[in-house]
Structures are given as C-alpha cells and as structure tokens.
Write a protein that binds this ligand. Sequence first.
Ligand code: ITT
Length: 206
Amino acid sequence: MKLLFASNNQGKVREVKDILKDLGVEVVTPDEVFDGPRDVEETGDTFEANAFLKAKAMGDESGLLTIADDSGLIVDALHGEPGVYSARYESTDEKRVAKILKNMQGIAEKQRTARFVSVMCVYDPKALECHYCRGVVEGTITHKTMGNDGFGYDPIFFSTDLQKTFAQASMAEKNTISHRKRALEQAKNYLVNKYASNARLDTAGF
Ligand code: ITT
C-alpha cells in the first residue's frame, strides 16, 4: 500500500519516512508520484486549513491515501510569529533564522519561550474523508545558531526535552519527541484503527 506524503520539504520527508518506517506502508513523495513537484498555494490562515489544501490537492490528483503536514514555529515574545506564516517569513531558511534572531535581540531568557506545531491532515480521496492530528513541542529561542543537523528553524530552537537545539540533535533523537513525531503517532493510530482492524489496509485498493 502506498501513502503519499504531500510535501516538497526534504527535511520533513526524511523525518516522516523514518517515523513511519514500521507502519507497513510505502511512503511516497510528490516528485515520485507526479511528473514534478506540486506547489499548492497555502491561502489558509490556520495550520489545519493549509494542511487540508495540500492533502486534498495531491490526494485527489494521485488517488492515493495522503498525509500533508503544515507546521511552524510560534514565538511568544513575537506575539506568535512566524506561526502559520513560518515558510513565508523570509525567502530562505538562513534569512528566516536571521530575522528571528534579530527580532529577539534584547529579549530576556525567561521571555524566549517558543513551540513548534505540526498539523497533519490524513486525506482519503476515495471516501472523501479527512482527519487532523496536532503535535506540539516546547522550547526556547537561542541567541545564536547552534548545530548543523535538521532544517529550517532547528538551529535556533532549544528543545526543553532534549536540552539542546534540534540542529544539535540527531534525526533519531529529534524524532523521539518532535511536534511531527507527536502528530504522526496519532495519525498512525488513526490509520491502523481505520484500515487495519478491518483488514482494509490490503484491500482498500490504495
Ligand atoms: P511543504 O508545504 O511542501 O510541506 P514547507 O516548508 O512550505 O513544505 P510549511 O508550509 O508547513 O512547509 O512551512 C513550515 C515552515 O516551518 C518551514 O519554513 C519549515 O522549514 C519550518 N519548520 C517546520 N517544521 C520544522 C522543524 O521540524 N524544524 C525546523 N523548521 C521547521
């Protein structure tokens, strides 16, 4: 059975393939399924709305059971920015990270709290059903970049659980507690209950 992970972000793809490796599905990506990447306009103002837009567009086009992730970094001292606009905050990861660090200059340690949020939309294009899962992980914003692993905002997100930035953690460590892992654990339970308990994992025709 194929499951489409509807993302063009290779950092997300690596993590999701690892987290779902024991689910017994073949996780495929837009570039493997279509003749090129699909860019879905993210016009929603919630994580749920944008996850749905991506899952529905690519699920309908492929006919595959599809999961899309809309995620972002919420910084309390910046009134929740960049939040749902995390990908559009600046044009590159480097510029996005630099902008946060600049906007956080002079902010005291106690006020540097932040969290990553991931909302997954599981979309079944045959039944026209969707299901949402949300994962959250807490941390603080560092004063400078630390670490070289991961992607996006990882070098400035100091994880409360790991006591290091996500870019200082290995992918395996990040995947034990991340927002994405927490959302996908719920998605896994949903999929197993819905499709496996009545043996439809093999017979659904996906
Ligand atoms: P897709 O829509 O194709 O999945 P995207 O990168 O545009 O890829 P989003 O619209 O969900 O994804 O934007 C999320 C933004 O938040 C983006 O800039 C990511 O790099 C960042 N982000 C999300 N999860 C992250 C994580 O685990 N570590 C670091 N940055 C993350």
